[in-house]
Write a protein that binds this ligand. Structure first.
Ligand code: KG4
Ligand code: ZN
Length: 333
């Protein structure tokens, strides 16, 4: 393939979204299609790993075919393939990695194994460059909740992470308790907007450091529902969201005071929450910080962010090994 703009083909299959994208060096997205598996897992109330792998297998090659059509229509040139190598579900990761390796051999292009968390961190720079450094970054997804300082696109210092459940996971579990379907986050957002935060749930670890803990909060919601099953679900949702946001706000304020960043970046699926977006805008205005939020479509899992992170690896000449690593941490490539 020759001529035109250089692209990286991104593949993302770490959890329950199959996504394929073509992204140029500046973050321009020529193509991105994501197939979600909500219908596959709905009956189980959570992601069923074996079914996730099978659904990825069915979805991925047709998406790759669409991407290659888009590449030739744009007259583009393929620099590399970037594929999520972790963290995530082992079977799901393997579908993406095996596909990428086969395509890499067939097309004679390098295959870059990308850390999914570094993908989320690059998501606000898709389509236009938004992040200014140093930035305080909150990653709030289904798999992770962490705070970090970003000194450059790929230069990170972790401040703290969750000790147990991630924030997205607790949104999903509370949604299930309230009888809402998957994904739980948007359902909780909507319910919370219609309710009153009249239940006083705990704010775990709010007064200390940068680590998080959300499992106690989730258990308090369960206890309340056991004791008072007739309570209005909207009020429970509003009270739960208020407790989560209080914790996030306290940690963000502490980190802003200590790290004096220029920007506030919030990424991951929960960054799609209008309540969290409003909180971050308010803090940004109060401290005079530039607020960098990914557009909604790039907040949840997608391959465009993986391809953009792939460019960082390409520029740095990094080709991490392609073994799937379900427990990959932010500090790793
Ligand atoms: O980043 P993501 O797509 O996948 C992971 O890497 O985990 O995040 C998924 C999580 C789910 O827990 C989902 O409930 C949550 O993000 N989420 C939301 C919203 N949209 C997705 N949480 C709150 N409000 C939303 N609008
Ligand atoms: Zn994710």
């Amino acid at each position: 393939m020759s001529g035109g703009t250089d692209y990286i083909l991104g593949l993302e299959t770490s959890c329950d979204d199959t996504s394929v994208a073509l992204v140029d060096r500046a973050g321009g997205v020529a193509f991105c299609r994501t197939v979600s598996q909500y219908a596959v897992h709905a009956a189980y109330g959570g992601v069923f790993p074996e079914l996730a792998s099978r659904a990825h297998l069915q979805a991925i090659l047709p998406l790759v075919a669409e991407a290659t059509e888009a590449l030739s229509a744009a007259g583009g040139r393929l620099t590399a393939i970037a594929v999520t190598r972790g963290p995530g579900l082992i079977g799901s990761l393997l579908v993406g990695i095996n596909t990428a390796q086969a395509l890499g051999i067939a097309w004679d292009v390098p295959v870059i194994g990308v850390n999914h968390l570094r993908g989320h961190l690059r998501s606000p720079d898709l389509e236009e460059r938004r992040v200014v450094c140093p930035a305080l970054v909150l990653l709030a997804s289904g798999g992770h909740t962490l705070l970090a300082v970003q000194h450059g696109p790929a230069d990170l210092t972790l401040l703290g992470a969750t000790r147990d459940d991630s924030i997205g996971e607790s949104y999903d579990k509370v949604a299930r308790m309230l009888g809402y379907g998957m994904p739980g986050g948007p359902a909780i957002d909507r319910a919370a907007q219609a309710g009153v935060a009249r239940h006083d749930f705990p704010r775990p670890m709010m007064r200390e450091g940068y680590e998080f803990s959300f499992s106690g909060l989730k258990s308090s919601v369960a206890r309340l529902l056991e004791k008072d099953p007739g309570t209005a679900p909207e009020d429970v949702a509003a009270s739960f969201v208020a407790a989560c946001l209080d914790v996030l706000e306290a940690k963000l304020r502490r980190a802003i005071a200590a790290e004096t960043p220029r920007a506030l970046v919030v990424v991951g699926g929960v960054a799609a929450s209008p309540q969290l977006r409003a909180l971050v805008q308010r803090l940004g205005a109060e401290y005079g910080l530039s607020v960098c939020l990914p557009p909604l479509k790039w907040a949840t899992d997608n391959a465009a962010m993986i391809a953009l992170a792939g460019w960082d690896y390409h520029v740095a000449g990094l080709l991490p090994d392609l073994r799937a690593d379900p427990g990959l941490s932010l500090a790793q490539w």
